[in-house]
Design a protein around this ligand. Sequence first.
Ligand SMILES: Cc1cc2nc3c(=O)[nH]c(=O)nc-3n(C[C@H](O)[C@H](O)[C@H](O)COP(=O)(O)OP(=O)(O)OC[C@H]3O[C@@H](n4cnc5c(N)ncnc54)[C@H](O)[C@@H]3O)c2cc1C
Length: 428
Amino acid sequence: MKERIAVIGGGYAGFAAAVTLAAAGRSVTVFEAARTLGGRARRVEAYGTTMDNGAHILLGAYRQTLALLRIVHGAGAEDDLLDRRRLALEQPGVFRLRTMALPSPWHIAAALFTMRGVPRAERLAAIAFVRGLGRRRFRCPQDMTVAALLSESPPRVTALLWEPLCLAALNTPIETASAQVFLNVLRLTFAKHARDSDLLFPRVDLSTLFPDAAAAYVADRGGDIRRGCAVRRVVALSDGIAITSGYLEETFANAVIAAGPHQAKRLVQEADPQTHAALDTVSFEPIVTVYLKYPLALPFDRPMYKLDGWPGQWVFDRGVLDGPDGLAAVVISTSVPGARVSHEALAQAIDAQLRRHWPDLSAPEWSQVIAERRATYACVAGLKRPAPGMIAPGLYLAGDYTDPELPATLEAATRSGVAAAQALLGHR
Ligand SMILES: Cc1cc2nc3c(=O)[nH]c(=O)nc-3n(C[C@H](O)[C@H](O)[C@H](O)COP(=O)(O)OP(=O)(O)OC[C@H]3O[C@@H](n4cnc5c(N)ncnc54)[C@H](O)[C@@H]3O)c2cc1C
């Protein structure tokens, strides 16, 4: 009989590990506490409508995630799953940046040169700033903050471009955010191929996009997917890993813990006190998503616009993607003062904000506010995080927070899951 491997957590990291292990012929059991797969990137149903717990964007540079989508959905599925567009950031009447159909790095140089809402001298300074980052190979001291890095950037370009990008990518205010992780994102997105900076908008909900298909892939290869099954205890034994879920204790040859950092902290407590202590220093940032359903299609030309930040930061038109006409999803990253109100008051504030830009909107039919209190770890400068891989004999760690380069993203999650699975396969 094949030795069984447990994967704890049915998010993007857990299923990246499970798919890699199942593809290598291993027998995998996935434990997921929730009924819906996907963790922080999952389907939510309300008002008879399928939504997500938060609007997500992928980048052309998400190579690991895209490779996994090809494995579980088949080679040609990307176009059905994702709406790929060249990077365009637009705040109506205020700012616009669009990459051009040119090879890298000319696509971003041209985008900066043609930015709307920024005087020519500052556009040239922005190009010089990015060239300077490239000359330094996108490296800086580990304890440098994004605010310190941006002290060399024209303030208007910081306010209109870099700060919103930092909030969107790192979900951490620039005053504390890690400059090195921000530079890693810029290098990954802009330094290699022009297509890396493309925005990929899911056309399907986030559980359908990967975890549901990954679960089917694993099950087809003899795996077992246990939904609504929370693991309470993990103990590393001399001959395997004992896992307790409910009142059942089972022994597996190996286990991968792919829970969020605060959940993993509890699970590693007995097996690896060092990782437990490291996870104690991790703090979190929220993301709030406000859905507003208007009776008519939104008057948008593109799936996403930048907003003024009072309080919404970005608006997505779900009607252009997978959702019904008139469904707006407004995202607020980090803890901003205007979002610390009741859900009803927040929905009203967002509706008023959208009307400032698009006065012809009629009254919304319904609203739904989804607040993810621990949306991502706070990606602060100098933070020491555990790496994906073995933490005790037979026991492995994965999860977005373990990727050494990227902030908490789908790509960090899938990279970590594959890295943990490869470490496990290479170790035996
Ligand atoms: C609102 C929002 C917007 C975001 N936007 C973007 C975006 O635009 N682009 C992007 O790339 N990323 C985005 N992210 C980040 C991205 O969603 C996460 O980085 C990624 O989903 C994390 O995946 P993970 O598998 O590491 O962790 P999780 O998704 O947290 O998965 C962990 C899973 O483990 C399960 N679990 C925990 N404890 C146990 C237990 N004891 N037993 C069994 N199961 C357990 C949990 O239920 C969960 O399903 C966003 C996140 C949020 C919340």
